[in-house]
Design a protein around this ligand. Structure first.
Ligand code: ZN
Length: 203
């Protein structure tokens, strides 16, 4: 399986990092070794001093597809969850300045903690879902899927022009504003509406 991550998909987040709002989706990938599940801890890596959390809605792909038409894209996932796109912001900044790829800043082991997934059918409209992150009980990120620049369906259509989607693949759909650093011993808790979906610690 593979993990596809979307960059700059919420206007307020693009602004907070002084990035232009994209005309087309931006994506990059993480390897399966990035995944952390079942509330296991994230170990702060020794190669960065500025690891940031990015809370994101994650789509779980449930069938094979290539060149998927936007109007059929909703058929390619039936569960969503929350994930953290951990980012070594210090390394990413250096890579950006040098015009170099982002993998060392985004794709490292443990950089994609995942929570539980719930059926899309539980929501009246997945295009207006609230989601949020608390660190040590304090709210740090709040988003609503209505503020996405590119919808879930736009993303599936776009990505599948370039990359075949397979059952079990994950799409991290971009972070809202409020990204920031984590510290050792922090506890991260993610919510969709009022339901806790994600809970783990930084060690
Ligand atoms: Zn992200």
């Amino acid at each position: 399986m593979k993990i596809i991550c979307i960059g700059r998909n919420y206007i307020e987040h693009a602004k907070e990092l002084n990035n232009p709002v994209p005309a087309e989706p931006i994506f990059f990938m993480k390897p399966d070794s990035a995944i952390i599940k079942n509330g296991k801890p994230f170990f702060y890596p020794d190669f960065s001093k500025d690891i940031h959390h990015e809370l994101e809605i994650v789509l779980k792909i449930n069938r094979l597809g290539k060149n998927i038409d936007k109007k059929f894209a909703h058929r390619y996932f039936n569960e969503i969850g929350l994930g953290i796109d951990f980012t070594a912001r210090d390394l990413q900044q250096k890579q950006k300045e040098g015009g170099k790829p982002w993998e060392i800043a985004k794709a490292f082991d443990g950089s994609a903690p995942l929570g539980t997934f719930i059926k899309v059918s539980r929501f009246p409209d997945i295009h207006t879902i609230n989601f949020s992150l608390k660190i040590n009980g304090n709210p740090v990120q709040q988003g609503n899927t209505k503020d996405m620049i590119f919808s879930f369906e736009d993303l599936i259509a776009y990505v599948s022009r370039f990359v075949t989607l397979k059952t079990g693949d994950l799409i991290f759909t971009g972070t809202p504003a409020g990204v920031g650093p984590v510290q050792i011993n922090d506890r991260l808790e993610g919510f969709i509406e009022n339901e806790k979906m994600l809970d783990f610690r930084v060690k």
